[in-house]
Write a protein that binds this ligand. Structure first.
Ligand code: 5CA
Length: 509
């Protein structure tokens, strides 16, 4: 009985998700995630619905960290200039992005204070005081804070902001290099579990030398794909070795009484993880949320009009269902507002509520209600008993998550283009005709351009050495994401034939 009403539930005026940039801006305010009208460039205001979603996402992250030996801390926002400037490479990477506080009231400050762009230089002077002996190690701490970066590239809500409001940064210190390396693997596993819970697909790569975190020995990154074929870096893990330890003199006494520098790692995630959930799963009707992070998991919509004689009966059955779901710890809303059912469908579809239950007068007579799953907009009938409804809601929410994850990975894998075979052929054919003496011959450029063109469809996976990767970046504006973190495959560079690892390249956010 409800299908006619449902037909009105298209998201009028919402740009199609294919126009990703417009769709993304619209969905943020229509679904009440963030308001971007705050009068400072590159910052935004979390609205209640968006903030609830953010809290649910971060509670997954917190519990994964808490369960793997991390402890939450809170360091100050302000960092004295003298500390920030200590690590040469680090400051070289960040200097252009720092916001400074130079005055207090009417007075110039003796030491200018930086608004943290990240917290190595706030945390490590304290580790210097806290760590004395090998018994104090390992240390694994994290905080979820706001950090400030004066981004000069085009800013975009949640994706590239000047005030990152949800910066989860973890910092660890270890007695040996092996322990720190092991922690890098642990962090990768934690992040895999995190993004799996969000049903967000990813690749994990080791970033090239020129794209490492300032001051890090190695950077490993997670990237996901946006609907327009560009990648977004959603997490990074850095092996710092003893570089910062030497700068901040963080030492410990080992079992034999020798003083040694600690070995460190750090790893971070920002509100880009919220952006990823929005972008990866959304559709032409609005948000589609994995049940675990949906502020509202079930909406009950009574299909009644004011003069329906069974109106009260319908509303009372709906209330019973709402109470039963509430008791079962399912986040449920009964929308008994005066709006028409079609308007309610539109609103809750826009907000990505995973499951809608419809109950109308005819349903009471047949003893059934209608379930509509948001991710595929499919409908089915369920017996109208509170017990059966609660059981079926649980089952359906679990199924929605599994299907969303499978769909997202399928779309993701479809956008990974393996070029090894194709470009190898192109490369050898072209290089026969090329001038062997030139360093980057015309044929090399052809191969690089071919790869550049393919990248419009997503991530390209190709055997390429770092040097040719850099040439590709310069020629096509492509970004070299890096080599697969778990991969051991070796092949010949499609450009220069040198033995090398696989490389992922893409256009990036
Ligand atoms: N201290 C390290 C690890 S905690 C660090 O700052 N790493 S980072 O610079 O790579 O940042 C961590 C993550 O924050 C990045 O992987 C990226 O996903 C996200 N991020 C970086 N800059 C921004 C920004 N301006 N807006 C939103 N997210 C950002």
């Amino acid at each position: 009985m409800t299908s006619d009403v449902n037909a009105g539930a298209a998201a009028k005026g919402l740009p199609r998700r294919d126009d990703f940039s417009d769709w993304y801006s619209e969905i943020l305010w229509r679904a009440e995630i963030v308001d971007t009208r705050y009068p400072v460039k590159g910052v935004c205001v979390w609205q209640p619905f968006g903030f609830k979603m953010r809290s649910l996402i971060y509670s997954i992250l917190r519990s994964l960290l808490d369960d793997s030996g991390h402890e939450e801390v809170l360091f100050p926002l302000l960092i004295p200039r003298s500390e920030l400037m200590k690590e040469e490479e680090h400051i070289k990477g960040f200097e252009g992005e720092v916001f400074w506080v130079t005055r207090g009231g009417y007075e110039e400050l003796d030491v200018p204070l930086a608004l943290r762009p990240t917290s190595e230089t706030a945390i490590y002077p304290m580790l210097n005081l806290w760590i004395r002996s090998h018994r104090d190690l390992p240390i694994r701490i994290y905080q979820v804070v706001n950090v400030f970066r004066y981004e000069t590239k085009h800013t975009r809500p949640l994706i590239r902001v000047r005030e990152i409001t949800s910066f989860k940064e973890a910092h660890t210190a270890h007695a040996s290099r092996e322990d720190a390396e092991e922690q890098v693997h642990v962090a990768v596993e934690i992040y895999k579990r995190f993004f799996d819970r969000l049903a967000v697909p990813y690749i994990v790569t080791e970033r090239p030398e020129w794209d490492k975190f300032p001051g890090a020995e190695r950077t490993i990154a997670f990237d996901t794909l946006m609907p327009d074929g560009r990648t977004m870096q959603i997490a990074t893990i850095h092996m710092l070795g003893d570089k910062f330890a030497r700068t901040f003199d963080i030492t410990f006494e080992d079992c034999d009484g020798n003083r040694k520098f600690v070995q460190q790692t750090c790893y971070g995630i920002s509100e880009r993880c919220v952006a990823a959930v929005i972008a990866v799963h959304g559709d032409d009707h609005g948000l589609v949320l994995p049940p675990e992070v949906a502020p509202v998991q079930v909406v009950i919509v009574p299909i009644v009009f004011s003069r329906d004689e069974m109106r009260d009966d319908v509303l009372s059955v709906c209330s019973e269902l709402r109470d039963a779901l509430d008791d079962a710890n399912i986040r449920v809303v009964l929308d008994d507002s005066d709006e028409r059912p079609g308007a309610k469908f539109y609103k809750w579809e826009m907000k990505g509520v995973p499951l809608r239950i419809e109950v109308g007068p005819r349903d009471l007579k047949t003893g059934k209600c209608v379930f509509v799953t948001r991710h595929d907009l499919n409908k089915f009938h369920v017996n109208l008993s509170t017990e059966e409804v609660v059981g079926m809601v649980r089952k359906t929410l679990a199924r929605i998550y599994e299907e969303m994850k499978a769909n997202a990975w399928r779309r993701f894998n479809d956008m990974i283009i393996s070029l090894s075979a194709e470009t190898t052929a192109a490369s050898s054919a072209e290089s026969d005709a090329s001038d062997a003496s030139s360093d980057t011959s015309a044929s090399d450029e052809d191969v690089l351009s071919l790869i550049g063109a393919k990248m419009r469809g997503g991530i390209v996976n190709v055997f390429m050495c770092p040097k040719c990767g850099k040439a590709l970046k310069e020629l096509t504006g492509a970004s070299v994401l890096g080599t697969p973190f778990d991969g051991r495959k070796k092949g010949k560079c499609v450009v220069c034939s040198q033995e090398c690892a696989e490389l992922y390249v893409a256009r990036t956010y």
